[in-house]
Design a binder for this molecule. Structure first.
Ligand code: CP
Ligand code: NVA
Length: 300
């Protein structure tokens, strides 16, 4: 049966550990598998992307395959033709589909009808490649993620939702600090609490969220598709900006993380982003290694 990667829980914990090992080996150039030799990968992007697009395309080339960058001018799911028809045709040409779009359901439908693996490169609901790479980065820097305190401050979005999904696999404390009305997806939040693997805290108090945290994470206050809300969000989230003063409540050796792109001066200051705790560019680099490992895993 073909495998997809639409959410972190599409892999078991053991499989995630295998993915981490593979990513680490590939990063250290201990192994250079070429499972994409002779294969093409359709990379469908309906939203902008620097990191995800470039790291996927470079990763595909390093794994021996060829990538096709496809925008909504070529494929607009469900508009020019049905998702079913697009999935069936693409499956006759390519060995894998990577997709970034708005609706998570469209990606689920594409995966259901495609005969080749589908990888979620971000939807409005989830960004699993990002957070799997982030956990890999935390383990690389801290030796573990288990039992750490991860404070996510800002808008409850696709990245926050993916951290909640990750909290059902790894045991850590996830503290989400956001303004009323900007909480993450309710169902994903309730499921994470119910899973009872990690301690989940939701607070509207930024200091309570960040206090003694090992990892301090933020993301843009208005995601792609919501940029018209940025001024309104700025008013709501002002107190959640990661600046030196707020950071002083976290552990001294905490990791500062941001999936990027950052709106410097808004959700994070230059001082913090360029400061000694920041690992944002290591985090960005690890997208390449983790996605190569995810591709190898879904094809194996
Ligand atoms: N973090 C991330 O996914 O970046 P891009 O939107 O540039 O791909
Ligand atoms: N939450 C952001 C993440 C970008 C990588 C967005 O969806 O725009």
């Amino acid at each position: 049966m073909k495998r997809d990667f639409l959410a972190i829980t599409d892999f078991s914990k053991e499989e995630i550990e295998e993915v981490f090992k593979l990513a680490s080996d590939m990063k250290g150039r201990k192994i250079e598998p070429k499972p994409l030799e002779g294969k093409s990968v359709a990379c469908i992007f309906h939203k902008s992307s620097l990191r995800t697009r470039v790291s996927f395309e470079v990763g595909i080339s390093q794994l021996g395959g060829g990538s096709l960058y496809i925008t909504k001018n070529e494929i607009e799911l469900g508009k020019r033709e049905s998702i079913y028809d697009a999935a069936k045709c693409l499956s006759r040409y390519v060995g894998m589909i990577v997709i970034r779009t708005f609706s998570h359901k469209d990606v689920e439908d594409l995966a259901r009808h495609a005969d080749v693996p589908v990888i979620n490169a971000l939807t409005d609901l989830l960004h699993p490649c990002q957070v799997l790479g982030d956990i890999f980065s935390v383990i690389e820097k801290k030796g573990k993620v288990d039992d750490l305190t991860v404070a996510y401050l800002g808008d409850g979005n696709n990245v926050t939702n993916s951290w909640l999904v990750a909290s059902t696999v790894f045991p850590f404390e996830l503290r989400i600090g956001t303004a009323p009305g900007l909480e993450p997806n309710k169902e994903i939040f309730e499921n994470a609490k119910k899973a009872n693997i990690s301690k989940i805290v939701l607070t509207h108090d930024p200091q309570e969220a960040i206090k003694d945290a090992d990892v301090v994470y933020t993301d843009v206050w208005a995601s792609m598709g919501q940029k018209d809300l940025v001024e309104e969000r700025e008013k709501l989230l002002r107190d959640f900006q990661i600046n030196q003063k707020l950071l002083s409540y976290a552990k001294k050796d905490c990791l500062v993380m941001h999936c990027l792109p950052a709106e410097r001066g808004r959700e994070i200051t230059d001082e913090v982003m360029d400061g000694p705790n920041s690992i944002v560019f290591d985090q960005a680099e690890n997208r390449l290694h983790i996605q190569k490992a995810i591709m190898v895993k879904v094809l194996s």
